[in-house]
Design a protein around this ligand. Structure first.
Ligand SMILES: Cc1cc2nc3c(=O)[nH]c(=O)nc-3n(C[C@H](O)[C@H](O)[C@H](O)COP(=O)(O)OP(=O)(O)OC[C@H]3O[C@@H](n4cnc5c(N)ncnc54)[C@H](O)[C@@H]3O)c2cc1C
Ligand code: SF4
Length: 316
């Protein structure tokens, strides 16, 4: 569904007030619902057109698809134009009326996101704040690269996910977690900087839901309150879940070559740097065993490559 609203007057007002902004806006085609009727239209559109494939493709990423089968309902719920209960109820009723065309796994996936993740995240925020906002268990202190504000990078996955975020104020969950969040954690950015970026960029970003997702699930700065292990991966996961790598400047199969995918050396470097913290985490056992199998020589080269990326992220 596209709303194509003209918000030029508001944009002109903001410009006149010389307020600093980032990203871009198509002021004549603003694509978000801004009242309850439009939010209900969006919910109906989701049920009728997207629910049928939601579960199958919720973790997929594609260069030409910004929204795929995602509902884009977080903004409506977070601003209280829709109640989460009514979204879940409507989807379940729609499923029972259309069982011949929609499978239970699509509906289960969607309901779990709201009833499971959204409520869980809300509970964590109110239970753990205000201390939560200061946690930095992995002791990461690096600064945000400049390209987070422009999308100008040779890494196709980062270029697509960041540009889309700056243009649409939206990226779906796996783009936020396994592309931008993954790179941020692998390059050991300060969670305060990552938090501030996510809070500023996304249309649905309100602190209670943004912070446990960013600082907790994505950056593991809470030491495992939200997630039982850090969400990090090399390029191979990104290659499996998307078509980004096939048109990237970098080669996803390479670790050390000059055109090697940056995620590959960064991944092993991260595991090596933080292995003392994860030594007792059973879910990290397999990854740390694989790390142990890399020869000291090879590991030294990987770490040198990763250090160069970490020190010069804007060159990549
Ligand atoms: C680093 C990071 C930061 C995030 N920041 C925010 C944020 O500021 N605000 C926000 O609403 N969501 C946030 N999320 C969760 C999730 O990415 C978005 O809710 C989702 O992408 C919104 O798009 P959608 O409505 O199309 O979701 P769909 O894929 O259609 O999912 C349906 C609904 O499930 C809920 N949901 C799914 N996952 C989560 C989750 N992890 N936490 C809370 N609700 C969830 C949302 O309300 C969403 O609308 C973040 C996730 C990560 C990894
Ligand atoms: S090759 Fe690496 S940098 Fe390029 S799109 Fe794939 S994962 Fe991203």
């Amino acid at each position: 569904i596209e709303f194509k609203k003209n918000v030029s007057d508001i944009v002109a007002e903001i410009e006149q007030a010389t307020i600093d902004t980032f990203g871009t806006i198509d002021a004549e085609n603003f694509n978000w619902p801004t009242n309850r009727i439009e939010c209900l239209e969006q919910l109906t559109f989701f049920c009728e057109n997207l629910l049928v494939h939601f579960g199958d493709y919720e973790d997929a990423m594609h260069t030409h698809e910004k929204f795929l089968f995602h509902s884009r309902l977080s903004f409506a719920m977070n601003t209280k134009m829709l109640a989460p209960q009514e979204v879940v109820d409507k989807v379940i009723v729609y499923y029972f009326d259309n069982k011949d065309t929609i499978s239970i796994s699509q509906v289960e996936g969607f309901v779990r996101q709201i009833l499971g993740w959204r409520e869980y995240i809300r509970g964590i925020y109110w239970k753990e704040m205000p201390l939560y906002s200061k946690l930095n268990i992995l002791e990461n202190y690096n600064k945000l690269p400049h390209f987070y504000w422009s999308g100008k990078t040779n890494m196709n996955c980062m270029q697509k996910a960041i540009s889309q975020s700056l243009n649409e104020a939206y990226a779906h969950h796996i783009q936020r977690l396994m592309i931008i969040g993954n790179f941020s954690l692998l390059t050991q950015l300060h969670p305060d900087e990552v938090d501030a970026w996510y809070l500023g960029v996304y249309i649905d970003a309100i602190e209670w839901v943004e912070m446990p997702n960013t600082r907790g699930m994505s950056q593991y700065a809470d030491g495992g309150i939200v997630a039982t292990k850090p969400y990090v991966s090399s390029g191979s996961y990104i290659n499996k879940m998307s078509n980004y790598c096939s048109s990237c400047h970098y080669n996803v199969k390479e670790k050390l070559a000059h055109n090697a995918c940056p995620f590959n050396s960064l991944y092993w470097n991260f595991l090596d740097d933080k292995k003392h913290i994860f030594a007792t985490n059973q879910r990290m056992g397999m990854m740390l065993n694989l790390l142990n199998k890399i020869s000291p020589d090879e590991l030294a080269k990987i770490k040198a490559k990763a250090s160069h990326i970490i020190e010069n992220p804007d060159l990549y």
